[in-house]
Ligand binder design. Structure first.
Ligand SMILES: [Zn+2]
Length: 661
């Protein structure tokens, strides 16, 4: 007689299978890593009681498949609570990325993952779908904890904590997938972060890699309306047609969020067999909007439920997430019959597993599937009493009344990870101590960074210090024509001429010694048509201090920090939190000239907002102070040549003039 390992008896079994079979006094037989049989207790007893090595009395608890967390970033447990109540871009670029650049390492990732596994096991999750850096270490820690994980190695177009370039990242991803492919618990995958953080080439290549190894491809799609708006502006189409164009859907896609998509895009997802992760807490907290969950389900798309990373949720509690998914769907459709409890729970189990393309392995209690299951205690007061008139009562009880803390036992792949609320594969005390240690270090890193505008600017990446000396003078003039005439002289050699409109926003801070931050948009004007041809945005931190003054109020300044402004003024306002700001607009004619073998910039500005008239600015850049002094002499001469020496000298900048008025 063939033996089996465990026979579960006296359970209320929710199979979550194709027929939604329920057994109020049910039993489940498990052998090795798989489920052998499910059914009414008396029937299974007859069949298996004599050959079970162990019989477990479930004492009337719910026995159901473990939950599937369809989208998360598990190592980010270590970043939870760092920065909250911010917009997605400020949160991500201002806080998450800089901290990750500084701290993310294989050790960091293993620790964060182990903590997440403990939390996930406690809340009844047996499988999760991850995306992060050092995914090999995420997979290692996940396998150690005994959980099932679809672990996606992130690919971005810029350098990441674990890869200097995307080519480097692709190579690592290939090795990583090769290493883990076929593991009993880990399904390796590739994760191009999002369309806006990758390139068409990256999307193409990651899809090819996923196809080559037959592994899932995990990506963020249409999370914010801002993302969709940018995509339309830049590529003339919404996000899903764009990724389809790059061949993404040739792979087994898991698309996280899909908040801002239309019916056509939903049909594309369905047609492509893509899975979706709906992340209600994250979408609510970041005010991303409401995903068309009911429409997606109606169209036949496999929509699972995910917590998203614990830094944007801030927990990994799937009980809370399922409940929210049901509630939000009702509120958004204005229909309380939308997304009933049974369907919400299905999204968190079988449909979730299908969305991850592993429905053949887990997600329901079905003979042949892996033994990934949980026991839920319905005896606490908040769960009482229990009604069994309708089969829906049990689903409603789990979704609307139960809490994750009601999960008492959890098994993955036939192995216990939690018994009677005791974690068996994760050492909580050790993890707590290590997490406190890291938190202290991150805290002091951020405290230091937040002290200066400069370090906050550098934290965004891409900025560079310009250590040049600059001699400059600014003179107020009555009219522009005499200067333009003077520039035609033979002893002035015009190298090039430009015309642009400048829109400047100056941000000022409580502490004036920090200098001020200028957000500048240059619209380059077509000299013939007089319309803007291209725009360049830059961010400059201007020190208020000058190195020195020369005769005729010529200034010598030094050291400015420059960065391309890749974000909107709104982003910088929310990130730097200035005390006040000022807008200055001007029409600028710029000549780059050679005068007595020395190169100068001549700027003729008409300040239009506020309307304060014409200014002439002459400056030259150099690398040494000595050279600057020589040029200052020459600049005096040039000023007379330009007939501007009679003008009123402006000591500092437009800010000062406007400030005085
Ligand atoms: Zn995410």
């Amino acid at each position: 007689m063939q033996t089996i390992d465990i026979l579960f008896l006296n359970a209320h079994v929710l199979t979550m299978d194709d027929k939604m079979n329920q057994y109020n006094r049910g039993a489940v037989a498990v052998n090795g890593d798989s489920i052998v049989a499910i059914g009414a207790e008396d029937e299974l007893k007859k069949e298996y009681a004599m050959r079970a090595k162990e019989t477990i009395d479930c004492k009337g608890k719910i026995l159901m498949p473990g939950m599937v967390n369809a989208h998360t970033h598990v190592p980010m447990t270590l970043l939870r609570g760092i920065a909250d109540d911010l917009r997605l871009d400020v949160w991500l670029q201002g806080y998450m990325w800089p901290v990750e650049r500084e701290f993310a390492s294989p050790e960091f990732v293993r620790l964060g993952t182990s903590i997440a596994c403990g939390e996930l096991i406690r809340s009844g999750v047996t499988t999760f779908n991850d995306m992060y850096f050092y995914e090999d270490d995420v997979a290692t820690a996940t396998a150690q904890a005994g959980m099932r994980g679809v672990c996606g190695q992130s690919i971005l177009k810029f350098p990441t904590p674990d890869a200097a370039s995307y080519e480097d990242a692709m190579e690592k991803a290939r090795d990583y997938i090769k290493k883990w492919k076929g593991h009993p618990l880990i399904i390796p995958s590739i994760a191009p972060h999002a369309p806006y953080t990758t390139t068409p080439q990256i999307l193409r290549e990651t899809a090819d890699l996923a196809k080559e190894f037959d592994v899932p491809l995990h990506i963020h799609i249409a999370e914010t309306s801002f993302e969709v708006e940018n995509m339309r502006n830049e590529n003339g189409m919404p996000v899903i047609p764009y990724v389809r164009k790059q061949g993404l859907f040739e792979a087994k896609v898991i698309a996280a969020h899909c908040v801002h998509i239309d019916m056509g895009e939903i049909r594309t997802l369905h047609h492509a067999g893509a899975g979706v992760s709906h992340n209600p807490s994250s979408n609510l907290k970041l005010a991303s909007g409401f995903a068309p969950v009911v429409k997606m389900l109606e169209a036949g798309v496999n929509v699972g439920i995910g917590t998203d990373g614990p830094a944007s949720n801030n927990d990994l509690d799937m009980f809370e997430e399922v409940r929210l998914a049901a509630f939000v769907a009702k509120a958004v459709t204005n229909d309380p019959t939308s997304l009933p409890a049974s369907q919400a729970l299905l999204m968190a189990t079988r449909i979730g597993a299908q969305a991850l393309h592993i429905g053949h392995l887990t997600g329901s209690l079905t003979p042949g599937r892996r033994a990934d299951l949980i026991l839920v205690d319905l005896s606490p007061l908040h769960n009482s009493p229990s009604f069994r008139r309708s089969s829906d009562n049990a689903y409603a009880q789990i979704v609307y009344a139960s809490k994750s803390t009601d999960v008492t036992d959890l098994m993955v792949n036939g192995k216990w990870l939690m018994r009677d609320r005791k974690l068996l594969t994760v050492n909580e005390d050790e993890l707590l101590a290590e997490a406190a240690d890291i938190a202290k270090k991150i805290d002091s890193f951020l405290v230091e960074r937040e002290q200066s505008i400069l370090s906050k600017l550098i934290a965004l990446g891409g900025s560079s210090e310009e250590e040049s000396f600059e001699v400059q003078i600014k003179v107020r003039i009555a009219e522009a024509d005499p200067v333009i005439q003077a520039l035609m002289r033979n002893d002035i050699d015009i190298i090039y001429e430009r015309h642009y409109r400048q829109h400047d926003i100056y941000f000022f801070f409580e502490d004036e010694s920090q200098g001020c931050l200028r957000y500048r948009e240059d619209d380059f004007m077509d000299s013939v048509k007089g319309i803007p041809t291209k725009t360049r945005s830059r961010l400059t931190l201007l020190g208020r201090k000058q190195e020195g003054k020369f005769e005729h109020e010529i200034l010598l300044s030094r050291s400015r920090f420059l960065a391309p402004a890749t974000n909107s003024p709104r982003f910088y306002r929310e990130y730097f939190i200035p005390k006040t700001e000022m807008i200055i607009e001007k029409d600028r004619l710029r000549w780059f000239i050679k005068y007595k073998d020395t190169e100068f910039y001549v700027n003729l500005d008409k300040v239009t907002m506020p309307a304060i008239g014409y200014f002439l600015e002459v400056k030259s850049r150099t690398w040494s102070r000595k050279d600057a002094e020589n040029k200052a002499q020459l600049l005096n001469e040039l000023l007379e040549v330009l007939d501007a020496s009679k003008g009123e000298t402006v000591t500092n900048d437009y800010i000062d003039i406007i400030g005085k008025q």
